[in-house]
Design a protein around this ligand. Structure first.
Ligand SMILES: Cc1cc2nc3c(=O)[nH]c(=O)nc-3n(C[C@H](O)[C@H](O)[C@H](O)COP(=O)(O)O)c2cc1C
Length: 164
């Protein structure tokens, strides 16, 4: 099983955090791939069992330019993502009206398509490093344990504990 680490970025913050997650998984002996949302199609998600999304927000609550096409397809695609467990980490700036607007929209859309969050979304602000360190450690703990065992059984249990 591979953890797919998706990122959408404009100025590189989300990509560097996504690279860190991949490095941590690999250092723990788990498989992980770095995926640029600007280079894939949402239909790839139907083959993904375990994913994290690290995305920034630009414009007025919009995705980074490179992820525009991915998002406009995902918004209207009738995909069945019921096999996917995921977590979202948003990068934004609370000085903007649509704080983490893209992370919120993405999280909501994934849920509508049947994907199951294994952790609550984190909406991080400009000073995101502490939130990220905490989120990354939890991702490794939850997803790592689940990937070492059976994903649905292990994540189902974690999900119940985490979301309650
Ligand atoms: C022109 C501009 C528009 C932005 N718009 C938003 C926004 O609507 N909502 C938000 O939460 N953050 C917004 N941000 C903040 C960025 O999302 C934040 O700086 C983030 O860390 C950038 O990450 P990236 O390098 O991965 O793109 C904006 C930043 C700039 C410079």
């Amino acid at each position: 099983m591979t953890m797919n680490v998706y990122f959408a970025t404009m100025t590189g913050n989300a990509e560097s955090l996504a690279t860190s997650v991949v490095d941590e998984f690999v250092a723990s002996g788990l498989e992980a791939s770095l995926v640029d949302m600007g280079k894939v199609s949402p239909s790839d998600l139907t083959k993904t069992e375990c994913a994290v999304f690290i995305v920034s927000t630009w414009g007025e609550g919009e995705p980074p330019n490179d992820a525009d096409e991915f998002w406009s397809e995902l918004e209207f695609a009738a995909l069945d993502l019921s096999c996917m467990h995921y977590a979202v980490f948003g990068l934004g700036d609370s000085g903007y009206d649509e704080f983490n607007g893209f992370a919120r929209d993405l999280d909501e859309r994934l849920k509508v398509l049947g994907a199951k969050p294994f952790m609550d979304r984190v909406d991080a602000d400009i000073d995101y490093s502490d939130d990220f360190d905490d989120w990354e450690a939890r991702v490794l703990k939850h997803a790592g344990a689940a990937m070492g065992a059976d994903l649905s059984a292990a994540m189902g249990a974690d999900l119940t504990a985490e979301m309650s």
